[in-house]
Design a protein around this ligand. Structure first.
Ligand code: GLU
Length: 330
């Protein structure tokens, strides 16, 4: 009887201390590290390495900010904005045109209505609408895509949505192509070089791994995207601008190529705590030269432009606080 009693006390003690340990670790998890996830894009694009570069700097200051930052590889802007709104992501990198449309509830976001809880944080590199075609397809300008096999980008990608805007402006539909595919960026170069498609569309910063892969694995050319419809879009929309992909950046493409583009922007939900967003922008701006070296597409970044251009949703309060503190904004 006495023995049984001892056993029972021992058992109670074990259970109690295990419960205490669990409670402690739960407290440490919820109180100490704060987990944030940044939605990016395909692994061969620029969003993904950009997200990794941001997280690296944020995580390095963990003793000070208590943040554990990680990235999600996604299909791109439209997916990211929907996931942000659904609370699946805390921050995301998205095209400036889709940031605008998500905030105002227009374009592809008409059905969901305005995303009033969307906040801008900063803008990054510019992203020209880039079309790469097989050299033997004869495609040199956008109009040549008629009757061809075109990869329009994965569902949820920024490029598919922006291409649709341009085609609508031109009075084209997807039926103008002989074949439409939605292959993801990491597989589109292979599809091009295997002659399964004639061209692919990608809104991406330069230089990028994806375009390097396509131009070095087989004979391919960057296509000019410049016509009255493009010029009208640039004239009428604050988030589009004329763009040039510099000659000599990719094998077999020595000349500048005219197109139009947007900016890559970092956005967040308004309810992500101010101190978290403050720590994110602080980590980037305090280590700015190092950040710029993380990707060749960041070479021309300038702090002033990053806190003002391409941002149509209101600035997140945590970002604004930092920008005012260091005199970047008044
Ligand atoms: N602009 C593309 C998109 O929104 C992503 C580009 C990238 O991953 O660098 O889908």
């Amino acid at each position: 009887m006495a023995l049984r009693h001892t056993f029972r006390s021992l058992w109670v003690a074990v259970v109690a201390s295990a419960a205490f340990l669990v409670a402690c670790s739960v407290q440490a998890e919820t109180k100490d590290p704060r987990f944030i996830t940044i939605g990016t894009g395909g692994v061969t694009g620029v969003y993904y390495p950009a997200g990794i570069a941001i997280c690296r700097l944020v995580n390095r200051a963990r003793k000070e900010n208590g943040i554990r930052c990680s990235v999600d590889s996604t299909s791109g802007s439209i997916y990211n904005l929907n996931a942000l709104r659904d609370g699946e992501l805390d921050l995301a990198i998205v095209q400036s045109d889709w940031q605008y449309h998500a905030y105002t509830g227009t374009g592809v976001f008409k059905g969901r209505g305005p995303f009033k809880g969307l906040r801008s944080v900063l803008s990054l590199h510019s992203e020209p609408l880039t079309i790469v075609a097989r050299r033997d397809s004869g495609i040199r300008k956008f109009a040549d895509l008629k009757g061809k096999r075109v990869n329009i980008g994965a569902p949820g990608s920024g490029q598919q949505a922006t291409l649709e805007v341009l085609m609508h402006q031109m009075g084209w539909t997807m039926n103008d192509f002989a074949q439409v595919s939605e292959i993801k960026p990491s597989e589109q170069s292979q599809a091009l070089c295997d002659n399964r498609i004639d061209a692919f569309v990608y809104t991406v910063g330069h230089p990028s791994g994806a375009i390097k892969e396509a131009t070095s694995s087989c004979d391919s050319v960057l296509v000019t995207v410049d016509n009255p419809a493009v010029r009208a879009l640039v004239r009428e929309s604050p988030y589009y601008s004329a763009a040039v992909i510099p000659g000599g950046m990719y094998r077999g493409n020595p000349k500048d190529v005219k197109t139009f583009g947007v900016r890559a922007t970092l956005v967040a939900r308004a309810d992500v705590p101010d101190e978290v967003i403050y720590s994110v922008v602080k980590a980037i701006f305090e280590n700015f030269e190092e950040f710029k070296e993380q990707h060749p597409a960041f070479q021309h970044l300038e702090k002033k432009a990053m806190v003002s251009e391409g941002l149509s949703a209101p600035l997140h309060a945590g970002a604004l606080h930092y920008y005012r503190q260091v005199g970047l904004l008044r």
